[in-house]
Design a protein around this ligand. Structure first.
Ligand code: HEM
Ligand SMILES: *[C@@H]1O[C@H](CO)[C@@H](O)[C@H](O)[C@H]1NC(C)=O
Ligand SMILES: *[C@@H]1O[C@H](CO)[C@@H](O)[C@H](O)[C@H]1NC(C)=O
Ligand SMILES: *[C@@H]1O[C@H](CO)[C@@H](O)[C@H](O)[C@H]1NC(C)=O
Ligand SMILES: *[C@@H]1O[C@H](CO)[C@@H](O)[C@H](O)[C@H]1NC(C)=O
Length: 595
């Protein structure tokens, strides 16, 4: 006993010594910013060793901690409905929205949605993983992902700041206990695999974390919808992928149809397991898309669409060279992507009865910056791996992961039509609520938790506040699952120490919703800012001449998922982001060509 206490005193001294050596000053003083004292987006600046000041400029609040509302703020807060009220309004009262859809109110409300959401994203961007304060390097070096909130200061007493346990829960334990799927839980909003693969294909043009270097760097320097997933993230790769004739992309013909070329013809780096020979490695803009037939399927569809649009442009502009046809088509493709994402993908995800509209002109009368920087937090919250099913059902075959991943024969064997049909009919998993990660993707959740610690992402409740949501006061308010609440409390000790990713993924979902309130309120601002912040949406770009004339401009404005598929296939399969809603849609389709 005595020996033990001598040992422990020695040990504590050693710890103190180690700890104090990492401090700039006196080890007994805690950095006051570790308490996150500044509310309402006030900025905490440390003065001396134990002093701080909150900069409340333009927050609408004042006082030591930016907690005292100014007169107009008080009024605004009184009148402003809560996010949950707004969400309730938008997802109920069908008849009312039917009226709105067809009146000038649709524009008014859409403009409001866009401005309210994107106002939450600072532009130009602010912090990154290295810099918790504004500076030129953080602004200028676009290899960094930006950050909405600065990192947890390095010298805090606890991993999440000043609250919670001294050691964060083991990521493996987190995954096993809260994330691993027991039985497949389909998304109650009816999301299918066509949506899931679109989510992955679309987001991986701007989420390309550079794992070779530590600390929140990206390889996607376009920081938004640049179609780098189709054309590559650098000029060298783009030139390899291009046919350099008529603006087109290289392709191969299989059974009389256009597919992605292989690495033997287009020697670009693609990630594949060693045993796959070059003549089986499909090549596209994004290096990792060989992983899933769902991704090479979308890549094939976009390749066909690109070449289709090239033909249309060339017919109207026979004098244009390869370069101009390519570049103009790329802008049209970017426009199509944004239109389909807003009017169909986000529409589906939101469950809103308001019919969403892609019309950049809505923002021409508003204060809005046409630029975007991808945020680390956006990349983390978009880890939607619970969408993935237990196995893949195609044309009567059930394909396990072992035969699906990196199997490029699947696309060529079934063809685009049958894959679209299959993926549109198969339900995807519910993203929120926990216990829905298939074993094949559980490791990814573990990796994002580890990465968020390495990059010192602030607590979930700090993000709740940043997005005008009330911080949760207990784990039992955070989730209705009593067992989960109890276990989380035991592991984290304090709701204010709960981490960001576990927060957005485990939060209680609304009734029949794909995920919880935080995923919507935090994801939507990043998403809409990224979509509308694109240069093609700015006043000097958004006009017919940019896209080769009215024809190209109209291709963007009238694009739909169905046209994207069916203008590029021999027959028109069932194609939607929602599983079939009725018997008519559920009927098998074959070789019918109607659009
Ligand atoms: C079977 C299907 C899938 C597999 C095997 C898979 C696997 C992976 C792997 C290995 C990583 C890299 C993790 C790391 O190194 O930190 C990753 C990253 C990611 N995945 Fe998936 N994934 C799948 C489906 C999806 C889907 C459907 C989405 C939907 C949005 C998605 C979203 C992401 C995101 C946002 C990242 C981070 C990308 C980055 O920042 O570079 N994944 N995934
Ligand atoms: C400001 O916040 C700190 C830390 O949370 C707290 O100790 C202090 O009492 C607050 N001061 C005022 C005036 O609200
Ligand atoms: C960005 O910062 C990283 C890390 O300091 C550095 O290696 C890289 O060269 C910088 N990039 C540019 C373009 O300055
Ligand atoms: C209004 O838009 C929503 C979403 O697109 C749709 O569900 C609803 O049927 C529309 N109503 C009318 C009358 O267009
Ligand atoms: C790839 O998919 C094809 C077609 O479904 C199948 O016959 C083959 O066994 C799969 N290959 C591997 C290595 O699993």
């Amino acid at each position: 006993m005595k020996e033990f206490s001598i040992f422990s005193i020695w040990f504590i001294n050693l710890l103190l010594l180690l700890e104090s050596s990492s401090y700039a000053g006196d080890s007994s003083v805690v950095n006051p910013c570790c308490y996150y004292p500044c509310q309402n987006s006030g900025v905490c600046v440390r003065f001396g060793t134990d002093q701080y000041q909150c900069d409340c400029t333009r927050t609408g609040f004042h006082g030591v901690n930016c907690t005292v509302p100014e007169f107009w703020t008080r009024l605004r807060l009184m009148l402003k409905p809560s996010p949950s009220t707004v969400h309730y309004l938008l997802t109920h009262f069908r008849l009312l929205w039917d009226l709105v859809n067809n009146s000038f109110l649709r524009d008014t409300i859409m403009r409001l949605v866009l401005t309210v959401r994107s106002d939450l994203i600072p532009s130009p961007p602010t912090y990154n993983s290295k810099y918790g304060y504004l500076n030129w390097e953080a602004y200028y070096n676009i290899s960094y992902l930006t950050r909405l909130l600065p990192p947890v200061p390095e010298d805090c007493p606890l991993p999440m700041g000043a609250k919670g346990k001294p050691v964060l829960p083991d990521p493996k334990v987190m995954c096993e206990r809260f994330l691993k799927r027991k039985t497949f839980r389909p998304d109650p909003q009816g999301t299918n695999l066509m949506f899931a693969f679109m989510a992955q294909h679309f987001t991986h043009q701007f989420f390309k974390t550079d794992h070779a270097v530590e600390g929140g760097f990206t390889k996607a320097l376009g920081h938004g919808v640049d179609a780098g997933n189709i054309y590559g993230d650098n000029l060298e790769r783009q030139l390899q992928l291009r046919l350099l004739k008529d603006g087109k992309l290289k392709y191969q013909m299989v059974n009389g149809e256009v597919y992605l070329p292989t690495v033997s013809e287009v020697p670009v780096h693609m990630v594949y397991p060693e045993h796959i020979p070059p003549e089986k490695r499909l090549a596209t803009g994004q290096e990792v898309f060989g992983l899933l037939p769902g991704l090479t399927m979308y890549a094939t569809i976009w390749l066909r669409e690109h070449n289709r649009v090239c033909d249309i442009l060339k017919a109207e502009h026979p004098t244009w060279d390869d370069e101009q046809l390519f570049q103009t088509t790329r802008l049209i493709i970017i426009g199509e992507i944004i239109n389909i994402i807003i009017e169909e993908y986000v529409q589906h995800l939101s469950g809103y009865h308001l019919s969403l509209k892609f019309d950049p002109a809505l923002l021409f009368s508003e204060r809005f910056q046409y630029s975007n920087r991808i945020a680390l937090e956006f990349g983390h919250l978009y880890h939607w791996h619970p969408l993935m099913p237990d196995s893949f059902l195609i044309d009567g075959d059930e394909i396990p992961y072992s035969q699906f991943l990196y199997n490029t024969s699947i696309l060529l064997h079934y063809g685009v039509e049958k894959l679209v049909d299959a993926f549109s009919r198969q339900p995807a998993g519910q993203i929120g609520g926990g216990h829905n990660f298939h074993a094949a993707v559980l490791k990814v959740a573990e990796m994002v938790i580890r990465e968020s610690r390495a990059t010192r992402v602030r607590p979930f409740n700090e993000y709740r506040k940043k997005f005008n949501l009330k911080p949760y006061t207990s784990f039992y308010e955070f989730t209705d699952d009593k067992e989960m609440a109890r276990d989380l409390e035991e592991l984290y000790g304090d709701i204010d120490a709960l981490e960001f990713y576990p927060g957005v993924i485990l939060e209680k979902t609304g009734p029949d919703r794909i995920f919880g309130e935080s995923m919507v309120e935090m994801g939507a601002p990043f998403s809409l800012k990224g979509l509308l912040g694109n240069p093609i949406c700015s006043p000097h770009y958004w006009k017919p001449s940019t896209f080769g004339g009215e024809t190209g401009f109209n291709i963007i404005k009238t694009s739909t998922l169905k046209k994207l598929v069916c203008l590029n296939t021999k027959w028109c399969p069932y194609v939607d982001f929602h599983v079939p809603r009725n018997e008519e849609e559920a009927k098998p389709r074959k070789q019918s060509t109607e659009l």
